[in-house]
Design a protein around this ligand. Structure first.
Ligand code: IPM
Ligand code: MG
Length: 358
């Protein structure tokens, strides 16, 4: 089998973590008899420098013609002065919209070996944490009508939060399907005490729940959900929520694990197409210094094997290799405790490759 992967190294540490991830995929290919065809394309700040646009049309075309997209990170201070609509981050929104990536899966798990990094009291996370935030990614306030107008109170600006039944139904299905493979619990997060769009959201989620009698469903208002995530994070299995609430809660959930630099993500379209990227950003301060932790991107590649290609054994293999490298005590700077020996990006890749070769 041959799989076509569009690769967007992007900015900052993106190219370095992508390089190690490509090595890991190549070794996996050798071991299991697949080949991966990588096509590198531009998006983000580097694309602005090269073409004047953060998301060139060619990039979108190549992504569409591929089986999956692997992305490093985009953005950096070099482009911070640009107006909102021209910033590198807009490439992400463009990719999500144009590729129809409506379902964003952000697992937040506590790696046992890194439990000390968790900022919560040990009794709150004993036995580990394993939450997945299912964030709606192509609707709501991010993609609703927006504008600026002159009023008698001065300039006003607005962004509209709008959800259709179809949009809520399809993201709810993703969450319930996921829960069926996990601990069969879905928490839907909204602001139905105030927002009309949330009342629709809640009604449709309840409807979809009828098709999943084995899944326990509860509804939290977003303010309460934010509180419960630090007060009792073990009560969550799958959290499903809107684009903006998911943006906020997924950062909170990842920080609760203490290992934001370790967390992968998947953004899925209908069918099996998906874009895979680490949750962390482009870390421009350490770019090019062989310091970055490539594990989040490598774990994102594992998600790609699992969700887009259906290569479950190979996906497990990558995750086990990362676990082994951690268990053997290897640490990049971001996850090392004071005084612990530290390895660089490339050596971390070497260790994972070795662990896969066995
Ligand atoms: C994320 C990021 C993006 C978002 C930004 C960079 C546009 O915060 O992927 O969570 O808000 O979706
Ligand atoms: Mg965010």
């Amino acid at each position: 089998m041959n799989y076509k992967i569009a690769v967007i190294p992007g900015d900052g540490i993106g190219p370095e973590v992508i390089e190690q991830t490509r090595r890991v995929l190549e070794v996996i290919g050798e071991k299991y008899g697949y080949t991966f065809d990588f096509t590198e394309v531009l998006a983000g700040g580097c694309a602005i420098d090269a073409t004047g646009q953060c998301l060139p049309e060619e990039t979108v075309e190549i992504c569409k013609a591929s089986d999956a997209v692997l992305l490093g990170a985009v953005g950096g201070p070099k482009w911070d002065h640009l107006p909102g609509a021209e910033r590198p981050e807009m490439a992400l929104l463009g990719l999500r919209g144009k590729l129809g990536l409506f379902a964003n899966l952000r697992p937040a798990m506590l790696f046992e070996e890194l439990a000390d990094a968790c900022p919560l009291k040990p009794e709150l996370v004993s036995g580990g944490l394993d939450i997945v935030v299912v964030r709606e990614l192509t609707g709501g306030i991010y993609f609703g009508e927006k504008g600026i107008k002159e009023t008698d109170k001065g300039t006003a600006a607005y962004d509209v939060e709008e959800y259709s039944e179809m949009e809520v139904r399809r993201i709810a299905r993703v969450a319930f399907d996921m829960a069926m493979k996990r601990n069969r619990k879905v928490t839907s997060v909204d602001k139905a005490n105030v927002l009309e769009s949330s009342r629709l959201w809640r009604r449709i989620v309840n409807e979809v729940a009828q098709d999943y009698p084995e899944v326990e469903l509860n509804h939290f208002y977003v303010d309460n959900a934010a509180m419960q995530l630090v007060r009792g994070p073990k009560q969550f299995d799958v959290i499903v929520t809107s684009n903006i609430f998911g943006d906020i809660l997924s950062d909170e959930a990842s920080q609760v694990t203490g290992s934001i630099g370790m967390l992968p993500s998947a953004s899925l379209a209908t069918g099996n197409f998906g874009m895979y990227e680490p949750v962390h950003g482009s870390a421009p301060d350490i770019a090019g210094t062989d310091t970055a932790n490539p594990m989040a991107t490598i774990l994102s590649a594992a998600m790609m094997l699992r969700y887009t290609f259906g290569l479950l054994e190979a996906a497990d293999d990558i995750e086990a290799a990362v676990q082994k490298v951690l268990a053997d005590g290897w640490r990049t700077a971001d996850i090392a405790k004071p005084g612990e020996a530290v390895i660089g990006t490339k050596e971390c890749g070497d260790r994972i490759v070795e662990a896969i070769r066995g």
